[in-house]
Design a protein around this ligand. Structure first.
Ligand code: MTE
Length: 325
């Protein structure tokens, strides 16, 4: 498939899938998958079980504002987005988060915001859901492991949330931290990463209009395995920058620590912009596998900045992206 990237301004309102259309599509998919399972195909049984826990089971997010953020590719089906995950706090296998993350208690949930800002404080998930306009953002997600999805997120522009705490001119970076609680997150008992999971962005990246704090997907609150109740989404960077289940956001003067970068700086840079011209030391980044496309689908070409170059390339003008990978 030829991936033609359109900017928000190129999208006609009639092409944007609404929340009700998602749910309608879910009903259609459920019927379709049941028929598929009827043919005796084993995979479909798993998919159907996942769909039964899908939209209609989690709390719906009301008043989602439709936006023009939508790539041309088809949206990945709910059962793939919610059963093929990376969330090492719940295990390192792709199916572990879906099976194990139910243990995570996401209410009440508070984020501490501190560091270089005039009004440090706390904010709860309920206030983020009710006090900020919730937007629909359909973004490509490109994992550093060379697979991809298209996810219909719901969320709040990160810039809107950060503004509330009045960052000062010393705030050059924004650091994010996941909950540390090995009782709820058994994967944290295994030293596969330096816990808690941490990530960071430069302040201009964090306040870029594409950067999102996701509160939901497919019109409902986030399933735990996708980073409930709040996760970052930075669509032009490899997926590991999109930190899940955030409990702290700090404005910092210096480049903050990031989990994968700390674990293996040679393989995972701080910037981690999607870049088909810079291979991972152990594999090529030129192509990726589309999750849910089927066994016989070919790989797709990876685009610079995951197809968002028109929007974000200026952030890196003059930088050597081989050095700052
Ligand atoms: N955040 C935390 N806290 N722990 C993780 O293991 N994995 C990252 C990112 N955020 C991860 C995380 C990686 S490698 C990817 S590709 C994405 O989450 C996957 O998001 P998804 O499971 O919603 O597709």
């Amino acid at each position: 498939m030829l991936i033609k990237i359109r900017k928000a301004s190129d999208i006609r309102p009639s092409e944007i899938t609404s929340h009700s259309a998602y749910l309608e599509r879910r009903r259609f998919l459920k019927a379709g998958v049941s028929a598929f399972a009827g043919l005796g195909l084993a995979r479909a049984g798993i998919a159907e079980a996942a769909i039964q826990r899908g939209p209609g089971k989690l709390e719906a997010i009301p008043d989602i504002r439709e936006t023009g953020y939508r790539p041309e590719e088809s949206v990945t089906e709910y059962e793939h987005i919610t059963t093929y995950n990376n969330f090492y706090e719940f295990g390192t296998d792709k199916s572990d988060p879906h099976r194990n993350a139910g243990k995570l208690n996401t209410r009440p949930w508070t984020i501490v915001v501190d560091g270089e800002c005039e009004e440090p404080g706390e904010i709860g998930i309920e206030e983020i859901l009710s006090g900020f306009a919730q937007e629909e953002r359909i973004y490509r997600l490109r994992c550093v492991e060379a697979w991809s999805m298209v996810v219909p997120w719901v969320g709040v522009p990160l810039a809107d949330l950060l503004k509330r705490f009045k960052p000062t001119s010393s705030a050059r970076y924004v650091a994010f931290e996941t909950l540390l609680d090995p009782k709820q997150m058994p994967g944290q008992r295994v030293p596969v990463l330096p816990w808690p999971y941490r990530e960071g962005l430069r302040i201009d990246e964090a306040t870029h209009p594409l950067s999102l704090i996701a509160t939901g997907l497919y019109g409902e609150v986030l399933p735990n395995q996708n980073g409930a109740p709040l996760r970052l989404v930075v669509p032009w960077k490899y997926g590991f920058k999109s930190i899940k289940s955030i409990v702290r956001i700090s404005f910092t003067r210096d480049e903050p620590e990031a989990a994968w970068n700390k674990q293996n700086p040679r393989e995972y840079g701080f910037y981690s912009n999607v870049n088909p011209d810079v291979d991972h030391p152990r594999w090529s980044q030129k192509y990726h596998r589309v999750i849910g496309a089927g066994l016989f689908a070919g790989k797709e070409k990876t685009l610079p900045f995951n197809g968002y170059a028109d929007e974000v390339a200026d952030l890196y003008a003059g930088m050597d992206l081989r050095k700052y990978f």
